[in-house]
Structures are given as C-alpha cells and as structure tokens.
Design a protein around this ligand. Structure first.
Ligand code: SF4
Length: 335
C-alpha cells in the first residue's frame, strides 16, 4: 500500500503479534502483521486455513481470549489505538462502528431470541428510538436485504432460518449499525454459489450506501478478484505479499501467491491436473528456520533457511516477503 493510501487509512494494524500460551508451547498465530484498510475500500485477507487470518480479525475485534494474548503492536482505528481502550469502550465501539460477520451466523445470533428482536436491540443500543420505530426500521431492512415475508420472519428464531437467511440477518444487523468497518470472516463459505453471489452483492450495497470499509477474509480468490481493492496474502502468521488487486493478479511475485493462483481451475480445455502446492501449512509450534514457506517452495535455496525475509517494497505499494523477488514461473510452478 502506498503512502497516499495509508494517509486515508481507516484502520492500521501495525506489527501485531497475537500469541497463545499453551502447555505445548507458544503458538505465534499472528506474528508481526501490518495491514492498512483505507476508508470506503475493500481489503482481502487470503491464505489457507491456519495462516492466522481469523486470529488477525479476532485481534482487531478484541475477541482474543485466554490463553491468547496480543503481546505487541498497535491497532489504530480513526487514529486511536484500540489496544489502549478498556473493555467497556471496546464493547461500545464493536457492533457500532466496527462489526464482524462470521462464517456461521449461529455463533453470533442468540438461539433463544427472535431475529427481529435481536436486530432491534442492535439499534436500541446505538440510537434512541421507540420500539415501534425500531420494528418499522427492522422490517424495512429485512426487505432491503432480500428476506422474504419480513413480517413473519421477524418472529422467527435463528434455527428456523436457512444459512443464507441467517447471513442476511447478520448483514441487516450490520446495516442497522452503519459500521465504518465490517470484517467478514469467510461469510459465504458455508453457502451455495448463488446465495454467495447475493450476499456479496449485499455487502457491496452496504459499502456504497454507508461508505463502509470491508475486510474480507477468505480463501476464495474468485471472491477477492470480484470485490477487493487491495489484497494481503498470509502464510504461517505473517503477511507474505500485498498489493492492489489488479497488480496482485497480474504480477504475483511470492511463490506462495503464485501457487494459490495456479491452483485455481481455469475455463479452458486441456488444462490437465490442477496444480497443488506441495506439503501442508506448518505446525505453528514447530516453525522451520528462515522462510516459513521454504519446505513447500519450489525455489528454496540455502539462503532461504538462514533468516525470515523482511517484507520488501517492490514499488507502487507491492510488498513481498521473499529473498528472491523476481521469479519467473511457468505452468506447473517450475522455474
Ligand atoms: Fe521460497 Fe526462499 Fe522466497 Fe521463501 S524466501 S518464498 S523459500 S524463494
């Protein structure tokens, strides 16, 4: 991200370290992460499961619980360090100016309250309006997010709704609060493709109407290409590449990013077997020396095992964490 973009930053995560102190040892789930989210833009955070994407989101939302702890770094929101807020101040901010949608909305919805009441309550907390006004607004919101028969659905409990409808309820709740930043943690992974497209459309609508910034956490590069302005690629707790979305898809530089892109199915005949990145994401308790991607990298050399490469700016806000930064990859991932 270049200097101009970071000047307009709504959220800046700086050198964030979130560690888990387990009996087996210290798990460095987030290990020196920097992310900038400009106002009104969508930033994608991608990588395989276990790379630290969700832990980064939970850290921003103040949801890290024992044995986890943010041990270092800053999270600047509108220039204020969230890590200096007390619990009450943090709670006030979350749900109002800062919202999160999870992959499975059942984890956020109260199973013993009707969904109408839950969205109304989200409004009550932040606005002084009557019960009748709140209900009227909730019904309008339900219509806007495409919930059929909103009068009836208002009195439904979460378990009476499909996964797609529950996710719409979460978006209605986010729209009710008009957050400055919406963190969407794999919001469409559990949904089928047509519902996925509708949910993404709704999130973009929320952004257009309220100027909301979005942090989209996903392993789906198709979603990233469709809606993101900037992309951060995470691997083993660290950012390994970031750039604006066109640059990243056109000129991916890190071998991991290249591997992820090569793994995408293509709409052409004769593609043969899909490329897959060899090996697995490392156990965060047993990280390799030097570059964390080295055991899976087709280009690893002795230098790669010496120390963790620094995140280096290639120009125009395109950063990579690799000691060799001009690989030419041909089909199949070989030099
Ligand atoms: Fe591969 Fe070495 Fe770059 Fe790591 S530093 S990604 S091992 S080439």
């Amino acid at each position: 991200m270049n200097k101009e973009q970071s000047k307009e930053a709504l959220l800046e995560v700086r050198d964030l370290h979130t560690h888990f102190f387990t009996k087996a040892g210290v798990v460095k789930a987030v290990d020196g992460v920097d992310i900038t989210i400009p106002a009104g833009k969508t930033v994608g955070l991608v990588g395989e499961s276990g790379c630290g994407k969700s832990m980064t989101a939970m850290s921003i939302m103040g949801l890290i619980a024992n044995p986890g702890k943010i041990v270092q770094g800053e999270i600047l929101f509108h220039g204020k360090n969230l890590l200096e807020l007390n619990r009450k101040e943090y709670r006030k901010l979350c749900g109002n100016r800062l919202s999160i949608i999870f992959q499975e909305p059942m984890t956020s919805l109260n199973p013993v309250e009707t969904v109408g009441k839950q969205v109304s309550e989200a409004m009550f907390i932040h606005e002084h309006i009557s019960k009748e006004q709140a209900k009227e607004r909730v019904l309008k919101l339900f219509t806007e997010v495409g919930i059929p028969d909103p009068q009836r659905r208002y009195y439904n409990y979460p378990h009476q709704l499909s996964g797609g409808l529950r996710q719409r309820i979460m978006i209605a709740m986010a729209m009710a609060c008009k957050p400055d930043l919406l963190i969407a943690d794999e919001p469409t992974t559990a949904l089928d493709v047509t519902i996925e497209a509708q949910i993404i459309h709704l999130m973009k609508k929320l952004q257009r109407e309220n100027g909301t910034s979005i942090l989209m956490i996903t392993h789906n590069l198709g979603v990233v290409a469709e809606i993101c302005d900037y992309v951060y690629v995470m691997y083993a707790g660290q950012v390994v590449e970031c750039a604006d979305v066109y640059e990243l898809f056109k000129h991916p530089m890190h071998p991991y990013t290249k591997g992820l892109l090569q793994s995408l199915p293509k709409m052409q005949s004769g593609q043969g077997r899909l490329y897959n990145i060899k090996g697995m994401v490392p156990d965060l308790l047993k990280l390799p020396d030097g570059c964390r991607f080295a055991p899976r990298c087709d280009y690893a050399c002795s230098k790669c095992h010496e120390s963790i490469p620094a995140l280096t700016d290639l120009g125009n806000g395109h950063l990579i964490r690799c000691c060799m930064n001009n690989h030419q990859v041909t089909e199949g991932g070989k030099l």
